[in-house]
Design a protein. Sequence first.
Length: 137
Amino acid sequence: MPMTAHRDDAVRRYLLEVQHEADKILATLPEGIHGGASIEGGQVYVDIRGPRLKAFTLVLGGEAPEIVYDASYIQLCLIGEGIAEQVEFLQETVSAIAEFLLSDRLPTQHHSWILKRPYLLFPMADGTQWRLSKFTK
């Protein structure tokens, strides 16, 4: 078997494991929050929807998972490359998103000071704010 076939098999197994862990985490979502996980193009996509606001999508599989909101705003997060790091990021992020979607807090739109690029600030329960930047084309 060629070397690339071994690598492709290893990547596929890794992505399947991430998807399996995502499915287990999504099965524990509180009432009113729904999610699903799928593999597309070498990445795992985890969608999370609630009773209000737009959907969040987590894009996993590498060292810089993405948090995407409304298919328009993005934040990159640097983590380690192991499966344990992916699962820890997934657990913490899904929990924070579910809590946010069930709360009465809303994101607020702002513009960067110099370039005037739009971004959203999400006030999280732990007192931090997630900053998701508008996609640029």
